[in-house]
Design a protein around this ligand. Structure first.
Ligand code: ADP
Length: 616
C-alpha cells in the first residue's frame, strides 16, 4: 500500500493535538496527578542509604510521661544537653518553638545548658503576619544559629525550602544550618546552587531553593534512653542530632511523607539533613526541557503514522506511549523529576490524532481507488460495446460482397463503408492506447514538428458527421496559421474531443465555433458551443476522470467521463493548461492555452499537412 504523504493537513492535526495537550498536561489537576505519581515512584524506587550520621532524639510518649510532659520540656531539654555535652554531637538541632517565656527556672536551666554548648541550632517560624517568631532573647543569645522549620505540605511533604526571606531577614532551614556545622563549613551561594564544604546542593534561587526530601528509615532514640543509658548518650558524639517531639499526643506538626507515612516535624528536618549528608538530590526537569520532550514525542507520533502503516504503526505507537510512561521513572532513578502528566498526555493525544487522521485518509484513498476501478471497468465495458457497431458493419459489408454480385457503385459504397468503419475502430484503439500512454506516465508523448492548422482541420472533419446528424454547424472562425512541436495524434484527439463534447451536449440546430488565436505568450485554441453549459460546482470537477454531470447523464448522450481528463493531461504534457467558461443553459467555451515555446507562427502552406505528407 502506498504510504500517505506528510500533507499540511496531517502536520496541522498533529501540531494542533500537541498544542491541545499542553494545557491539559499543565492543568491544576495534572499537578495533583504529578504529585501522586512522584509519591508512587518514591515507593517504587526506594532509596538505600548507608549508615548516616543523623539521629533523632525523640520526645516520645514514654519519655514525656517519665519527664513531666510538655510542661517540663525545657527543663528536660536542658538535662539532655547536659548529658550530651561531655561527648558533644557535631551539630544539635532543637525543633522546639521557644518563642514565649516559660517557667523562669526552666528557661534559666535551658539558657545555662545552651551556653557554651557547641553548634546548637534553635527553631524559628514565620508567623501569618510575615514576622519571624524567634526564641526568647535569653535563649537565642546562647544558640549558635537559628533555622526555620517550614516544610511544604501540599498535603504531602515532598520538598522543603532551604532558604526563606521575609522582612529582609533570611533564614536557612534548620537542616541546612545543622549540616553547615556538621561539615564545619560555610554556605556559599550562587543563583543555581548552594555549596557547603564540597557538597553541591542543586537548589536554585528561582525555585525558592527547594530541596526534594529523600525520606528513608531514620535512626531514632528516645530521650528516655539518652537520659538513662550512658552508652547511648556517648554514641551520639560527632553526629548530627535532631531533638524534637514525636509523641502523637503532643506533636502539633504531623506531616505526610511520599512514602505514605505520617511523621513529626523533627523527622522531616532530620530527613532533609540526611538528604544533604548523602547528596541524594533530585531536581526538577526544567520547563523548557519538558516542553522539548513533549514536542519530540509529538514528532515521533507524527512520524510513526507517516512512515509505518497497519499493525506495525499501532504497535510502535503503543511502544511510544509506554516509553512516555516509563520516561519519568528512568529520569527519577537518575535524580530528575519529570512531571508525569505532560509527556503521557502529549503522547496519547498526538498518537490518537495521528492514528485517526491516517486511518480516515487511508480509508478515503481506498474508497476512491475502489470507485475509480469500478468506473474504469464500466468504461471498458462501454467501449467494448461501442466497438461492436463498427465490427458488425464491417462484418455485414464483407458478407454482402462475398454473397452477392454487386454492381460497381454498390461495391464501392460497401468498400468505403468497410474502410471508414475500420478507421473508426482503429481510432478507438488509438484512443485507448493514448489513455494508457498518458495514465501510465510513460514518456510516450512524441515531440515532432507538425502543421497545427491541418491537425485542427482533421479534427473538425472527423467531428462533422456527428454534428450533421444533429444539424449542428461547426464554424471555423479565425484560425491563426501555426505549426507546433508535439504529438500530433494526441493534439488531434484533444481538439476532436472538445468538438465531440460540444456537439454531444448541445441541442440540434445550434452552432459550434472553433478558433485558433495568438496572444503575447500563447496559442489559444477554443471550441465554443450553445449547449447545456455547466455551473461552477460542475466546472470544478469536469477534468476528473470518470466525472459526468447529472445533466449529461440525463441527456442520454453516451459518455465515459474520460475524455476531458485526457484532454487536460495532453495539454499539460505540452506545457499548457485548460480554461473553461460556461453558463448553464447558454453554452460553454473550452480553451486550450498552449505555450508560445512549442509554437511557430507560419502560413500553413509552408508545412506539408499530415495527409499530404503521408501520400507523398
Ligand atoms: P463524457 O464521455 O461524459 O463526455 P468528458 O470527460 O468528455 O466525458 O466530459 C466530462 C463531463 O463534462 C461530461 O459528462 C459533461 O457532463 C461535461 N461536459 C463536457 N463538455 C461539455 C460541454 N461542451 N457542455 C456541457 N457539458 C460538458
Amino acid at each position: 500500500m502506498r504510504l500517505p504523504r506528510a500533507t499540511p493537513g496531517y502536520v496541522g492535526v498533529v501540531f494542533a493535538a500537541f498544542l491541545l495537550s499542553l494545557p491539559l498536561g499543565w492543568l491544576a489537576l495534572s499537578g495533583a496527578i504529578d504529585g501522586d505519581a512522584y509519591d508512587w515512584m518514591v515507593r517504587l524506587h526506594p532509596s538505600q542509604h548507608n549508615a548516616t550520621p543523623v539521629v533523632v532524639v525523640a520526645f516520645d510518649e514514654r519519655s514525656l510521661a517519665a519527664t513531666g510532659g510538655m510542661r517540663s520540656i525545657r527543663r528536660t531539654m536542658a538535662v539532655v544537653l547536659d548529658r550530651l555535652r561531655p561527648n558533644p554531637p557535631a551539630a544539635t538541632a532543637i525543633d522546639l518553638i521557644l518563642a514565649d517565656a516559660g517557667d523562669a527556672h526552666d528557661d534559666a536551666a535551658l539558657e545555662r545548658a545552651l551556653s557554651g554548648y557547641p553548634h546548637s541550632v534553635l527553631a524559628c517560624e514565620l508567623l501569618d503576619d510575615g514576622l519571624w517568631e524567634d526564641p526568647i532573647p535569653q535563649l537565642r543569645a546562647q544558640a549558635t544559629a537559628l533555622g526555620h522549620v517550614h516544610a511544604n505540605p501540599d498535603p504531602v511533604s515532598r520538598r522543603l525550602p532551604l532558604e526563606m526571606i521575609h522582612n529582609q531577614q533570611r533564614r536557612w532551614a534548620l537542616s541546612l544550618e545543622a549540616f553547615r556545622f556538621f561539615k564545619n563549613a560555610s554556605i556559599e551561594e550562587s543563583p543555581g546552587e548552594l555549596r557547603i564544604g564540597g557538597t553541591v546542593v542543586p537548589a536554585a534561587r528561582s525555585t525558592g531553593r527547594d530541596l526534594y526530601i529523600d525520606f528513608t528509615n531514620l535512626s531514632v532514640v528516645s530521650v528516655d534512653r539518652v537520659l538513662h543509658d550512658d552508652a547511648v548518650a556517648r554514641s551520639l558524639a560527632g553526629k548530627a542530632v535532631f531533638i524534637g517531639v514525636t509523641a502523637l499526643s503532643a506533636a502539633k506538626d504531623r506531616l505526610m511523607t511520599p512514602r505514605g507515612e505520617s511523621v513529626s516535624g523533627v523527622e522531616v528536618h532530620a530527613s532533609a539533613f540526611e538528604t544533604l549528608a548523602t547528596s541524594s538530590f533530585r531536581v526538577d526537569v526544567a520547563p523548557g526541557t519538558v516542553l522539548l520532550i513533549c514536542f519530540l514525542l509529538a514528532i515521533a507520533a507524527g512520524l510513526i503514522f507517516l512512515l509505518l502503516s497497519g499493525w506495525t504503526a499501532y504497535v510502535v505507537a503503543g511502544l511510544l506511549i509506554i516509553g512516555a510512561h516509563l520516561l519519568p521513572h528512568l529520569l527519577f532513578v537518575n535524580g530528575y523529576v519529570l512531571p508525569y502528566t505532560a509527556p503521557f498526555v502529549t503522547a496519547w493525544i498526538t498518537v490518537g490524532a495521528a492514528a485517526a487522521w491516517q486511518y480516515f485518509v487511508v480509508r478515503t484513498q481506498l474508497r476512491k481507488s475502489e470507485g475509480d476501478k469500478a468506473r474504469y471497468q464500466q468504461a471498458i465495458q462501454f467501449v467494448t460495446h461501442e466497438m461492436r457497431s463498427p465490427l458488425t458493419a464491417i462484418q455485414g459489408s464483407s458478407e454482402l460482397i462475398g454473397r452477392y454480385n454487386l454492381n460497381d457503385d454498390k461495391r464501392k459504397q460497401v468498400a468505403d463503408m468497410i474502410n471508414s468503419e475500420s478507421k473508426r475502430l482503429a481510432q478507438m484503439i488509438q484512443t485507448f492506447l493514448n489513455i494508457e500512454r498518458l495514465t501510465d506516465g510513460q514518456s510516450g508523448v512524441r515531440a515532432e514538428l507538425f502543421d497545427f492548422t491541418a491537425a485542427v482541420e482533421t479534427s473538425v472533419r472527423r467531428a462533422e458527421p456527428l454534428a450533421d446528424r444533429k444539424n449542428i454547424q461547426i464554424q471555423t472562425g479565425h484560425v491563426e496559421p501555426a505549426s507546433m512541436k508535439g504529438d500530433r495524434e494526441l493534439m488531434e484527439y484533444a481538439v476532436y474531443n472538445l468538438l465531440n463534447n460540444a456537439v454531444k451536449y448541445s441541442s440540434p440546430d445550434t452552432r459550434v465555433i472553433v478558433e485558433v488565436r495568438r496572444d503575447a505568450s500563447s496559442l489559444r485554441v477554443s471550441v465554443q458551443d450553445e449547449g447545456m453549459g455547466m455551473d461552477a460546482q460542475e466546472l470544478r470537477n469536469i477534468f476528473r476522470k470518470f466525472y459526468r454531470t447529472h445533466k449529461a447523464e440525463a441527456s442520454g448522450e453516451a459518455g465515459t467521463g474520460i475524455g476531458l481528463s485526457l484532454v487536460d493531461q495532453i495539454v499539460t504534457h505540452h506545457g499548457g493548461r485548460m480554461e473553461v467558461d460556461s453558463t448553464p443553459g447558454k453554452g460553454s467555451r473550452f480553451t486550450m492555452v498552449l505555450p508560445r515555446g512549442i509554437v511557430t507562427f507560419s502560413p500553413s502552406a509552408s508545412i506539408p499537412s499530415h495527409r499530404e505528407h503521408k501520400t507523398s
